[in-house]
Design a protein around this ligand. Structure first.
Ligand code: CP
Ligand code: NVA
Length: 302
């Protein structure tokens, strides 16, 4: 059974198939609507954490493709508490055609995949956010017409979003640079060949085609917010930092944004920002993923 737990589980060629399918599905949808490729299919969505984009884009995506999604919030199934993850996975596999899960520990999503007999999609764990990175690749490809050879600079916390972007860059031939404060590095980034891992935001952003940031306080880290806001203050993406990037570099943020912290209003709402098209592309990229996993093919009539 094929799953989508980390971006690096998929080959470059499979990721390109997803991106090309996403482009076709988006074009078809913009021309009036998608064909009901997923008619009769049900996606079970498990959320241990809050969500706007992931929840709405998966549910709307299933609807556009003729299927249906069921939302299971943090208080409903008690994943691993009321019932073991192995039992939840085996029960749900008899009801639904795919499971999308947003969890704290990454092991929760790997455990679901281990026991499920339907595809499992990681809708964000503490370690990875592959759906975000897939949609981001689509946005960069649409805007730049290519991926290979571009420089993606991430500034801020070495978190789940950064981890998935690094994997995306490595798979698809992009240069990746990351600037994080000491103690908040992306695990292993410094040891990987061809990756710039520094504590200097200006160095990371130098000549970048894309400047990307994310919250300094991820879900589950709220108790550390005071300390993090102090440590990360020099890592704000603002007009001054952006001047180190290539002229016209794209500004990206997975959202939700904490304006005035990791990004200024002027940059988030400036002419180089693509944060809203980026959020909207979650819908189109995930439709491709849903088609690929729930029909086990990207060779559709679209
Ligand atoms: N970017 C993202 O995953 O947003 P949500 O947390 O709102 O789903
Ligand atoms: N790094 C953030 C991403 C939110 C979409 C978090 O995990 O909360």
């Amino acid at each position: 059974m094929r799953h989508f737990l980390e971006l690096s589980d998929w080959s470059a060629s499979d990721l390109w198939d997803l991106l090309h399918l996403a482009v076709r599905l988006k074009t078809e949808w913009q021309a009036g609507g998608n064909k009901p490729i997923l008619a009769g299919k049900i996606l079970g969505m498990i959320f241990q954490k809050p969500s706007l984009r992931t929840r709405v884009s998966f549910e709307v995506g299933m609807h556009h493709l003729g299927g249906h999604a069921i939302m299971l919030g943090p208080d409903e199934i008690g994943l691993g508490k009321r019932e073991s993850i192995a039992d939840v996975a085996r029960v749900m596999s008899g009801y639904v055609d795919g499971i999308m899960a947003r969890v704290f520990a990454h092991e929760h999503v790997t455990e679901l995949a281990r026991w499920a007999s339907v595809p499992v999609i990681n809708g964000l764990s503490d370690d990875h956010h592959p759906c975000q990175a897939l949609a981001d690749l689509l946005t960069i490809y649409e805007r730049c017409g290519q991926l290979e050879g571009l420089k993606l600079a991430f500034v801020g916390d070495g978190n789940n979003v950064a981890a998935s972007l690094l994997q995306a860059a490595q798979k698809l031939g992009m240069h990746f640079a990351i600037a994080t404060p000491e103690g908040y590095e992306l695990p292993n980034a410094a040891t990987l060949p061809g990756i710039i891992a520094t504590d200097n935001p200006r160095l990371a952003v130098a000549d970048a085609d894309i400047v990307y940031t994310d919250t300094w306080v991820s879900m589950g880290q709220e108790a550390q917010s005071g300390e993090r806001e102090t440590v990360f203050a020099p890592y704000q993406v603002n007009d001054d930092l952006l001047r180190s990037a290539k002229p016209g570099a794209l500004v990206m943020h997975c959202l939700p944004a904490h304006r005035g912290q990791e990004i200024t209003d002027a940059v988030a709402d400036g002419s180089q920002s693509v944060i809203f098209p980026q959020a909207h592309n979650r819908l189109h990229a995930q439709k491709a993923l849903l088609v690929a996993l729930l029909t086990q093919s990207t060779e559709t009539a679209v």
